[in-house]
Design a protein around this ligand. Structure first.
Ligand code: DAH
Length: 340
């Protein structure tokens, strides 16, 4: 066999091996074997003196062609194997890996308590109404029988808005807005955020939540108020819960009361939370003052009604045992995840 034949044979076998190579290590090996400094091509080249003079031209040209062809195939194969390798890691899924967990949200504890309170009163025929957080003097104070010289109207007690008006300091303002546009009988409940410029500490915040209740009809009595609140306390804190009404004062109700419930921690025995009294204060209430009816155009001779105001943070702190009101605003997932 002539050296030219040997060269052509090498070309065929080298091409086949290069095209069959499956990984870069094999390619590297083949490169050395055929094209390397001590490779088979160099070996054949070293035997050029065996070629007859008149065939040297053809031999030299073939030698160059083989070298170029093999180099091209090698480069192409390097690219293909490299691409396969990277596509393997990024696209092909590994079915043995565990799945990715999605973060599940939970309902905020204040929302849970608000929903529970609302559902209790809804079952007693109350409907939920909403009102604006930006209010005016009339709805937040005047119509609620809070006179201009009342301490609650002091500038330091409310957030005033530059454009006029204020941020409501109580949801009682929604009583007024509802009565202005509705005729009795009515039973409404209005949950929402209220604002007071209080210094923030474990029991105070400048933004917190209340729930205002109002019932108006021709023959509503104090007994209705009492039984309604007793039912609420039993549903909210447990069937054994008793309530106690203590005389108090609110400008928009007369008579007015503060309502205590049996301490949910010691069940009335006396403990640190209830300061050994066995009872805990949860809300304010009373019979709607005739002046409030007059402010909205209701006839106080014809209609009577009761109202009450519940602090949502307060009830939540009691039912969950959270002892710092700031926790509810901090958006700390470690805290919030506890309330599934
Ligand atoms: N608005 C009162 C407050 O912010 C709560 C309240 C007390 C509302 C008695 C009432 C009520 O409707 O009758 O402290």
């Amino acid at each position: 066999m002539s050296l030219l034949d040997t060269l052509n044979q090498l070309r065929e076998s080298a091409k086949q091996s290069l095209l069959e190579a499956k990984d870069s290590a094999t390619l590297e090996k083949l490169k050395n074997q055929y094209l390397g400094r001590k490779g088979e091509l160099k070996d054949i080249m070293g035997r050029i003196k065996e070629v007859a003079n008149e065939e040297k031209g053809l031999f030299g040209k073939t030698m160059n062609d083989v070298k170029n062809e093999l180099t091209d195939i090698l480069e192409e194969q390097v690219k293909i194997i490299g691409a396969c390798k990277s596509s393997k890691t990024s696209v092909q899924p590994d079915p043995t890996l565990s799945g990715q967990m999605r973060d599940m949200g939970t309902i905020h504890p204040l929302t849970q308590v608000r929903e529970k309170i609302c559902s209790i009163f809804e079952r007693m025929g109350f409907s939920i109404v909403d009102g604006p957080e930006m209010e005016d003097d009339f709805h937040n104070f005047e119509a609620l029988n809070i006179p201009a010289d009342h301490p609650a109207r002091d500038d330091a007690e409310t957030f005033s808005l530059e454009a006029g008006g204020l941020l409501r300091s109580q949801t009682s303002s929604v009583q007024i807005r509802t009565m202005e546009k509705t005729r009795p009988p009515l039973r409404i409940l209005s949950p929402g955020r209220v604002y007071r410029p209080d210094t923030v500490d474990a029991t105070h915040h400048y933004a917190f939540h209340q729930l205002e209740g109002l019932a108006v009809d021709t023959d509503i009595t104090f007994a209705d108020l009492k039984s309604c609140l007793h039912l609420f306390a039993q549903e909210m804190f447990g069937i054994e819960t008793k309530i106690r009404l203590r005389p108090s004062f609110f400008p928009f109700t007369e008579p007015s009361c503060e309502v205590d419930v049996t301490c949910i921690f010691c069940h009335g025995v006396g403990c640190r939370v209830c300061k050994q009294t066995g009872m805990i204060e949860v809300l304010g209430c009373g019979m709607v003052d005739p002046n409030v009816f007059k402010a909205v155009g209701y006839d106080p001779e014809k209609y009577t009604g009761f109202a009450f105001g519940i602090g949502i943070e307060r009830v939540t702190m009691l039912t969950t045992g959270v002892d710092d009101i700031r926790r509810f605003q901090e958006c700390d997932l470690r805290f919030l995840r506890q309330f599934v």
